[in-house]
Ligand binder design. Structure first.
Ligand code: HEM
Ligand code: HEM
Length: 292
């Protein structure tokens, strides 16, 4: 779906956006305000009003987009228009202000607008790039299938551990219980594995980090080297293979969560910055009407 946002209906919104840009540049060229171009000329007011309408409309899109039952065109079409018309704002507002900037709320509105647009650009990039990478990482399977496989491995590990005795059972059960991946957004972005496992050595037990299932694999290897009979050795070997499988699956899942987080994180900038933009813009418009 996301590939087609930019190409939607023979790029009709790209052409519309180019027309808006061309008309703004032509107007700027022809308009002779008898003073340096700025937001207060007739042409300046016209472009400012167009810019403010565009921003209002782009914001409305956020609400509109969620109403899938609406009959006002497709979500894809709206997103395509949102992206292309959103980009025209840079030209429209630059020409509105006559390239004049100062340390004031007008310039603040402009800077926030550029940040909203930059985060939107990253969003489009992420939507085009990451879904394919996510699918490749999961080998084409949905995430739920990886989770099912993980649960199956845990079940089989518990069964093998039961044969091996209470010490093994306690070890595997704690590893299952304390597997923790991507608890917070930051953990997901960093690909942090906070899994732990309870290990018993001698009479003492301790809960240690089980990042990448390293601690579990080390413990199992140690038990295997100590095992007396061939049957126990084989069972421990099976457990070790299961844990290695679990490690591979956790790595895939961690990567999946990480990519998903990247696909979403820009919205944490785009949406609050939109609110800030509306606030700064309101102040801008109110002050020019009060003081102009
Ligand atoms: C109804 C919409 C708008 C109106 C009536 C309006 C009005 C004005 C006026 C009268 C000025 C000249 C002020 C001065 O020179 O002191 C101005 C300048 C400016 N406007 Fe707007 N504007 C509108 C929309 C926007 C939008 C959407 C943005 C950007 C987000 C924007 C950014 C600026 C900037 C950066 C300047 C130049 C400030 C400076 O000279 O330091 N305006 N605007
Ligand atoms: C000042 C201009 C803009 C404003 C005010 C604005 C505002 C918004 C808002 C309010 C949403 C809804 C977010 C949500 O709640 O899910 C949204 C979504 C989106 N925006 Fe913008 N936007 C602007 C410019 C852009 C630009 C230039 C791009 C791309 C180049 C862009 C890309 C996107 C995308 C891809 C979404 C869809 C997010 C989703 O699927 O959930 N935006 N925008």
């Amino acid at each position: 779906m996301h590939e087609s946002i930019l190409a939607y209906r023979h790029r009709r919104y790209l052409w519309l956006a180019l027309a808006v840009v061309a008309a703004s540049i032509a107007g700027y060229w022809w308009h002779d305000p008898q003073e340096p171009p700025n937001g207060g000329t007739v042409f300046g007011y016209t472009l400012g009003t167009i810019g403010a309408f565009l921003i209002g409309w782009l914001t409305w899109f956020g609400i509109r987009k969620r109403r899938y039952s609406s009959t006002l065109g497709t979500v894809q079409g709206w997103l395509s228009a949102h992206v292309y018309l959103g980009l025209t704002l840079i030209v429209v507002v630059l020409l509105h202000s006559g390239f004049q900037f100062g340390w004031n709320v007008h310039t603040l509105a402009f800077v926030i607008m550029v940040l909203v647009i930059a985060s939107g650009l990253f969003g489009v990039y992420a939507y085009m790039k990451y879904p394919e990478r996510m699918s490749l990482n999961r080998g084409g399977a949905p995430r739920s299938e990886l989770v099912d496989q993980l649960e199956e491995i845990d079940r089989r590990s518990l069964r093998v551990a039961e044969q091996l005795g209470p010490e093994f059972h306690e070890f595997v059960a704690s590893g299952v219980q304390r597997t923790q991946l991507g608890a917070t957004l930051w953990d997901r972005i960093r690909g942090r594995d906070r899994s732990q496992v309870l290990l018993r050595s001698g009479g003492a037990t301790s809960v240690v980090s089980n990042k990448g299932q390293e601690a579990a694999l080390d413990w199992v290897a140690e038990q295997q080297s100590r095992a007396g009979d061939a049957e126990t050795q084989a069972a421990i070997g099976e457990l070790s293979a299961l844990i290695r499988n679990k490690r591979r699956l956790l790595k895939q899942l961690g990567e999946d969560l990480k990519l998903q987080a990247i696909v979403e994180i820009w919205l944490y900038a785009h949406v609050p910055l939109t609110a800030a933009l509306l606030a700064a813009l309101t102040v801008h418009i109110v002050t020019v009407f009060l003081y102009w």
